[in-house]
Design a binder for this molecule. Structure first.
Ligand code: NAD
Length: 419
């Protein structure tokens, strides 16, 4: 079987690795020649895959290219391109449409096309199907089409692409069967959806569920602090219930390519089709977007307790990625937090073992690499992500002379205040 994977990022590359290890002949197609050249010379640009992994893929016959004509040889093409929001906050499907047009221009009869990019319900049948049919083909006869949401969790060592069940929904039963046959070669459990819209919506339910529950604990964290209740202890207690409760943690805000973005795809579709709001998503967004300003106010109060103003104080942000132990900075809450602190006049620095340089609004922020020395000099620090390196130095961090605001709930010490 010959597969082409379009988009070699956090989603496409692990898929290419798993498929090529299972004996599928995989070609990766990406618009970025930097990524293509890097992969072909054995370099990985994402956290979950090492140079050795890429070497293994190349040994299994994998190669990367920017030339869409490779599609003409394929039995199956899987689309893993970004689905961001545009400037007005609406879904931006330009990459999905661009990839689909490239497939249409190069497809051979019998091709199976699978969309993995997260998107609103209806995209596969309302956008991809007519583009691929292009007035000359019939879906289900000349080609097959399915949607299969990606569930990758960067940095998760327990659940990988192989042992995370994969949902697949086709436009026709044969489309479903073709996509199921492909994934079953390297994924332990493939789950059939009733159709593409159910598969598309399942992904959005999963992400909206996280978004809403994170917002719930973020709101609770704010009023618990105001009432002198330790939210972290509250969560520890609640999660001893063995049924009916799943714990979520407060934080400086949500980040990454999924949680802050995907629920908006669903809200957009609900408004466009039914002319009504998806209130849970809007409320969750309001609360989660309010966390960086809330954290900056908490830092202001913390410094005030030490008779200091934010203006002129040196503040170190610890962990500027969107989650711990990865280098991905997309939509990181550290950015709005940094903007707020800079507006308040602090001298901002950052520490992050995964981030060599960091800019906010186009301006570089000074990096500190010796954390202990930095915490000796600084007036305050905010732990935004609990990278393992920080957990390993928890005692030193807890004993540091700087006032520390811990947004992760994992640190303690005389001068440490948790969210
Ligand atoms: N990153 C995650 O953790 C995650 C998890 C689940 C779902 N998703 C979803 O998967 C999709 C892909 O996300 P990602 O994180 O892999 O993105 P990414 O930015 O890491 O990678 C996308 C790649 O696609 C390439 N690209 C863009 N347009 C292209 C085109 N027209 N043709 C060929 N290549 C093109 C880019 O150069 C880039 O290398 C998104 O819809 C996202 O919501 C991501």
């Amino acid at each position: 079987m010959k597969a082409v994977i379009v988009g070699l990022g956090y989603v496409g590359l692990p898929l290419a690795k798993a498929a090529s290890a299972a004996g599928v002949s995989v070609t990766g197609l990406d618009l970025s020649t930097r990524i293509v050249d890097g992969l072909n010379s054995g370099r990985s640009h994402i956290d979950d895959l090492s140079g050795d992994d890429i070497a293994g893929m190349l040994a299994n016959g994998f190669s990367a290219t920017s030339d869409a004509s490779v599609i003409s040889e394929a039995d199956i093409v899987v689309i893993c391109v970004p689905t961001p929001l545009d400037e007005s906050g609406a879904p931006d499907l330009a990459a999905v449409i661009g990839a689909t047009k490239a497939i249409e221009a190069n497809m051979r009869p019998g091709l199976t096309v699978v969309l993995e990019s997260t998107t609103y319900p209806g995209t596969t049948e309302e956008i991809l199907k007519p583009l691929l049919e292009n007035g000359t083909r019939v879906c289900g006869e000349d080609f097959h089409l399915a949607f299969s949401p990606e569930r990758i969790d960067p940095g998760n060592e327990k659940y990988t692409i192989i042992n995370t069940p994969k949902v697949v929904g086709g436009v026709t039963p044969e489309s479903t069967a073709k996509a199921v046959a492909f994934y079953s070669q390297f994924i332990e459990q493939v789950v059939e959806a009733k159709g593409t819209r159910e598969a598309e919506t399942a992904k959005l339910l999963e992400n909206t569920y996280r978004h809403v529950n994170i917002a719930l604990v973020n709101e609770m964290a704010q009023f618990c602090f105001a009432m002198g209740i330790d939210i972290w202890d509250v969560i520890k207690l609640a999660k001893t219930k063995p049924f009916g409760f799943q714990s979520f943690s407060p934080s400086a805000g949500v980040g990454g390519h999924c949680i802050p973005i995907d629920p908006n795809y669903l809200a957009y579709k609900v408004r466009a089709e039914l002319d009504r709001p998806f209130r849970f998503v809007e409320l969750a967004e309001e609360i989660n977007n309010g966390m960086p300003p809330y954290v900056s106010r908490r830092l202001q109060d913390l410094l005030n307790n030490h008779s200091k103003a934010v203006r002129g104080s040196t503040v170190v942000l610890m962990g500027v990625t969107y989650k711990a132990n990865i280098s991905d900075r997309r939509e990181s809450p550290a950015v709005p937090l940094a903007k707020r602190l800079l507006d308040m006049g602090c001298i901002l620095k950052y520490h992050d073992p995964y981030v060599a340089d960091w800019t906010v609004d186009g301006l570089p922020v000074e990096r500190v690499t010796d954390l202990e020395a930095a915490l000796l000099e600084a007036d305050a620090a905010i732990i935004v992500q609990a990278h393992s390196e920080y957990l390993g130095a928890a005692e030193a961090i807890g004993g540091a002379p700087a006032a520390i605001l811990d947004a992760t709930g994992k640190f303690s010490g005389a001068k440490v205040e948790r969210l």
